[in-house]
Design a protein. Structure first.
Length: 443
């Protein structure tokens, strides 16, 4: 697909503003749709998958088995980052983002058709695992393109933290939509929801994908990639090159995400099995609380992204990592009171320390890589954390609680993740406010 060079100097101020707005909206809405797909699986895993696909297992073992399938999507994310990172740096951000949206949407809609254990035995879980893998590949290529589509249209190097945080805003949007869909259809009788009601939110993904495609087809390629293309600076093997030139940045990006990603999936996925099985609170109560938490994130993510433009990416990120490590103990102390108002408050507040990290994270990671390798490098660094943090987190949390019968063990796990993130972030270079092309990066 031919890409026309979009010279930012040739655009008027108002034209550039229009393109920036379109890019941000397209990235945010597309990301929200992709994360709706991904979080929908997360929510339903804790609610029904253990019962439907592992009915003969002990409840705790069934939960572990369901979260093991859930983790497969995270293992696939670095693979998606490698595949789509390559094409994002070769053929452009726009074309690659369209492909990731289609892949994710089709896989999610197909989950609605998977037969349960009662129909085809263990093959239902096998099919579910395969679709979860495809989901992971799709979302693995999504993040890098969405962030770059917004960030590379930023008018000023001093506003990149705010602009790059808007695709991150798609995460709470997707979380909100996924939990809202499950909450809506869970109002039907328990038997009906378990039998077929849970499938409807997955099927609705096709409608959302159609909306996302319409929006993404109407945006222009970023000025930076168009310039690289016009100047023939496109790397033939960007993924191999970035592994050779930026191994430190990739590794540090992955470890810097430990404090952000592991607690997030404990607070938004594991809480369903813990809340229902241990705290004995209702499914709808938990769904409503997570909905409220996601609404708070609508505000806090861009606020902390903007703050990073003022005080620096590293400073904001380090503050968030420390806050997350401490909050894990506060969170479980609050939910274990058994008081519904306090449990609700704990869940609502749980994403604020996360957002201190997630707001500046996109710019912190993307700025670490030179422009011609940015899609590959940022995607790989970001998605590798899925293997070491996001995917295993609910599984580790379930195992820790089942082994030690104490939520303190989970809080200690969160604190350990925070310590790793503090060390990794301290070793990263802060490029706040510097040239977007990134050609000054050390080779």
């Amino acid at each position: 697909m031919a890409t026309t060079y979009t010279d930012p100097a040739a655009l008027t101020s108002s034209e550039h503003e229009v393109q920036l707005r379109r890019a941000v909206i397209a990235s945010t809405i597309g990301t929200a749709i992709e994360w709706y797909d991904f979080f929908l699986y997360s929510t339903v895993t804790g609610l029904v998958f253990a019962k439907l696909f592992f009915p003969h297992s002990d409840p705790w073992v069934g939960t572990l088995e369901a979260f093991a399938i859930y983790a497969v999507g995270f293992v696939a994310r670095p693979i998606g980052a490698a595949i789509f990172g390559h094409y994002g740096d070769r053929i452009g951000r726009k074309s690659t983002l369209i492909a990731t949206l289609l892949l994710m949407g089709i896989a999610t809609a197909a989950v609605a058709l998977v037969p349960t254990y009662q129909s085809i035995g263990i093959w239902g879980a096998v099919i579910l695992t395969a679709l979860r893998f495809v989901q992971g590949v799709g979302v693995g290529g999504e993040w890098g393109g969405s962030v770059l589509m917004s960030m590379e249209w930023a008018r000023s190097d001093k506003t990149r933290g705010l602009v790059a945080s808007w695709p991150q805003f798609g995460v709470p949007c997707g979380l909100f939509l996924a939990n809202l869909a499950v909450l809506t259809f869970s109002q039907m009788s328990g038997e009906s929801f378990l039998a077929w009601g849970w499938r409807i939110p997955f099927a609705l993904s096709i409608v959302l994908v159609a909306v996302g495609l319409y929006i993404r087809l109407g945006i222009m390629e970023t000025p930076l990639f168009s310039k690289l293309l016009a100047e023939q600076k496109i790397d033939r093997t960007p993924m191999l090159t970035v592994l050779k030139e930026h191994p430190k940045e990739i590794i540090l990006s992955a470890f810097a995400r430990m404090a952000e990603q592991a607690p997030f999936y404990i607070f938004t996925a594991f809480i369903f099995s813990y809340g229902i099985g241990t705290l004995h609170v209702s499914r709808d109560f938990l769904l409503t609380a997570v909905l409220a938490a996601s609404v708070v994130s609508f505000v806090s993510i861009p606020v902390f992204g903007h703050a990073s433009d003022r005080i620096g990416r590293k400073n904001m990120y380090l503050i968030g990592a420390v806050a997350t490590g401490v909050f894990g103990f506060i969170y479980f102390a609050m939910v274990n009171t058994g008081s519904l108002p306090i449990i609700f408050l704990a869940i609502v507040l749980s994403l604020v320390p996360h957002d201190m990290l997630y707001g500046p994270q996109a710019a912190l990671i993307a700025e670490s890589f030179t422009g011609r390798l940015r899609y590959s490098g940022a995607s790989l660094g970001y998605q590798l954390a899925s293997v070491i943090a996001g995917g295993p987190a609910p599984l580790i949390a379930a195992w820790l609680f089942g082994t030690y019968h104490s939520a303190t063990a989970i809080a200690l796990y969160i604190a350990a993740c925070a310590v790793i993130s503090v060390i990794a972030t301290a070793l990263m270079t802060d490029y706040t406010g510097r040239d977007i092309s990134g050609e000054y990066r050390a080779r």
